[in-house]
Design a protein around this ligand. Structure first.
Ligand code: HEC
Length: 121
């Protein structure tokens, strides 16, 4: 009886692990705090949430990646020129995969929850 449930579940889990499925970390209060601090230190110097500053508005930046969070993580780890006619390429301190995933999870969360008190200015 049990094996009818357990075996398919085990197979599914192993398939998912083998496929190396991309997942972002869950947005917990700890993650919000960590990402918010990182943002204040490493992003805010150039970006404002809803308007142009020394860089395009973060809200628009993140919205481009709403359907493709993996590409956002890739960009943060290895920024490449995106709008060479309008902006210099982004130059930031290199981000680890873990920091990039934390940042992407938080930014996409804030995009969905713009009234969050931790939303950057
Ligand atoms: C030194 C200034 C500077 C800092 C600091 C900075 N950015 Fe940027 N960012 C830019 C510029 C300039 C662009 C536009 C680049 C382009 O179009 O190629 C940009 C673009 C982006 C984009 C949009 C890329 C696209 O596909 O259009 C994202 C997302 C982004 N930044 C996230 C971040 C995050 C997260 C941080 C902090 C870890 C950060 N930026 C820190 C200058 C900065």
């Amino acid at each position: 009886m049990i094996s009818r449930v357990v075996i398919p579940v085990v197979l599914l889990v192993s398939a998912l692990l083998a496929a190396d499925v991309f997942v972002l970390p869950a947005v917990t209060p700890e993650l919000k705090k960590k990402a918010g601090e990182y943002y204040d230190n490493e992003c805010k110097g150039c970006h404002r949430w809803a308007r142009k500053f020394a860089a395009p508005p973060m809200k628009d930046n993140v919205a481009q990646y709403a359907q493709n969070p993996e590409a956002l993580v890739q960009y943060l780890m290895k920024p490449e020129p995106k709008h060479p006619d309008q902006w210099d390429p982004m130059e930031i301190a290199p981000m680890s995969e873990s920091d990039a995933k934390t940042m992407a999870a938080w930014l996409l969360y804030i995009l969905e929850h713009p009234d969050d008190p931790g939303r950057p200015k």
